[in-house]
Design a protein around this ligand. Sequence first.
Ligand code: HEC
Ligand code: HEC
Ligand code: HEC
Length: 369
Amino acid sequence: MTTRRVLFLIASFVLIAAAALPRARVDAAQAPTTLPAQDTPEDLKARETFVRVCTRCHPADRVTAEGRSRSQWEATIVTMQTARGAAVTPEEFDVVLSYLTKHFGRDSIVIPATRGGAPVARGPRAHVGAADRHRVDEAAAGRGEHTYVTECVTCHGTTARGTDRGANLVRSPLVLRDRYGSAIGPLLKRGHPTQSGAPSAGLTDAQITDLSHYIWQRINDTLQGSPAYEVKNVLTGDATAGAAYFNGEGRCTTCHSPAGDLAGYGSRYKPVDIQQRFVFPAAAAGRGSRRPLSLTITTPDGATVTGDLITLDDFQVAVREASGQYRSFRRQPGMQIVKHDPYAAHVDLLDRLTDKAMHDVVAYLETLK
Ligand code: HEC
Ligand code: HEC
Ligand code: HEC
């Protein structure tokens, strides 16, 4: 190891330790006094932005636990915005991206990629150990889903959490050790399971890698509700203050009612789930049952139609109106389409919601029995 490399490693550790300081704002006084050589004032400012933007929901070390390449960091930030509701302005996006790439970067690891179903690189798998996280490739997971549905779903179930005919793969130690097919490959090739209805023996390496991506996608979907996502002291709030917030400042009654959609809510979920569902309703709903975008289409002659998005491409737009009526239009100049995200109110809420209000609301929702 060269001296530069050693210095860089030490510097990284200092940064990780510094970034792991308590969540939320780091003020100048908290900044470490002895700075690693490469910490310029810009670096410090960038770190502040990172802490402000990225530690609202989890500690910094949740983010910086492993190095990623620039494009992986980019994908991570986009996921935080779209799936987790992180509010990131375009300026913050660039600052956080460069900060993470510079200080927690890594050359892209080479994943045994598959193109058109054929493996293009087998060797690099050797570099990926159980300590490296399986990074899901969405396209491969999509292909894997296809194989899963034809070969595995009848026994392992639609969420991969098992049925009475097959094990829960999301909790399987074998699968948790699997990286890009390293563990499920040998299992499937041995012929699995022993009883009838087994998947076809001739699955290719590429199909197995894709299956691995798909199963890991299921695991990641589940993680967010797991103990890995620590939500502490969820019932420390004041239910009366929560009710006041619900009916007043929170404007929750514009869309919800304790006697309507939220009736009995406190008996439906555990407090920790209430918090998760209330703060991240889109993630809690999961891909399958997430509410669609709603569109308002204004045709060139001024007629408007509003409904849930069914298709929207360059040529055509189709929605289902609240009445159930299907309406489709050819896209043409002069047509306006406005999208409404049903979860927008909850995404905005993340900016306003204080920890106190959050705990109060959870305590209040818990009383709705
Ligand atoms: C609005 C809440 C919220 C904000 C803000 C947020 N995250 Fe997350 N993040 C989550 C949730 C929820 C998870 C999933 C639970 C977990 O893994 O802890 C998560 C998980 C992660 C993970 C681990 C999962 C993975 O993709 O490997 C990383 C890394 C991460 N976030 C990075 C970031 C970065 C970078 C930012 C700032 C741009 C950020 N987060 C801001 C909610 C948020
Ligand atoms: C006919 C039912 C059936 C089918 C189809 C099936 N499995 Fe299984 N699977 C099982 C059963 C039963 C077990 C547990 C006992 C065993 O290992 O045979 C299991 C176990 C596993 C395990 C190991 C879990 C552990 O922790 O030991 C993995 C991984 C797995 N299956 C993956 C798959 C994949 C991927 C497919 C599709 C390519 C598939 N299975 C198709 C029935 C099935
Ligand atoms: C503009 C409308 C709107 C506002 C305002 C709003 N929500 Fe929601 N909320 C939604 C939508 C849409 C969902 C997704 C679930 C659904 O489709 O009903 C949701 C989901 C939820 C859930 C999860 C329900 C479940 O299925 O588990 C809770 C709890 C919740 N909101 C509480 C609140 C609270 C508390 C406030 C006020 C601080 C609030 N909401 C403000 C629209 C809104």
